[in-house]
Design a protein around this ligand. Structure first.
Ligand SMILES: [Zn+2]
Ligand SMILES: [Zn+2]
Length: 144
């Protein structure tokens, strides 16, 4: 067993400066250059349909996202201002884009772990279905 080194300062765990993401089949791969915003869980009915459950979203400035592969990427016009990005080969949910927002929302399940991200809030709790409960102590908002 290695000798323990006492008094050695533990370096503070910093979030990675870039995160890599991929769909399930690899037809969409991307890198986010720079910090990624922590995760918000959305419980609205539209996310329930798209994800088959609540939607988890990290986010980053649009210009920080660089695609290595995007030949599987399709966008569904979910509303006049919102688009949902997914892989048309494997069906992975990947992105949510609102043209009013400077950031792109990214489904954090696409990221290679460890991400250094945390969950920070729940939104659209007023739409949450009855088949699960949220008891993690994070802030909950009825709408946005
Ligand atoms: Zn795919
Ligand atoms: Zn939603």
């Amino acid at each position: 067993m290695a000798k323990k080194v006492a008094k050695k300062a533990t370096p503070r765990k910093k979030p990675p400066l870039e995160l890599h993401g991929s769909c399930g089949c690899g037809s969409v791969t991307f890198t986010v250059k720079g910090p990624v915003n922590d995760v918000v869980w959305c419980h609205c009915s539209k996310c329930q349909r798209f994800h088959g459950g609540p939607g988890a979203y990290a986010s980053a400035p649009r210009g920080a996202i660089v695609f290595e592969r995007r030949d599987g990427l399709s966008w569904w016009d979910a509303s006049p201002t919102a688009q949902r990005g997914f892989c048309r080969q494997c069906g992975s949910s990947l992105f949510f884009s609102d043209s009013n927002e400077p950031t792109l929302s990214i489904c954090p399940g696409a990221f290679t772990a460890p991400t250094g991200l945390k969950s920070r809030a729940h939104i659209f709790m007023g739409d949450k279905p009855d088949w699960y409960q949220v008891k993690d102590g994070l802030p909950q908002h009825a709408a946005y």
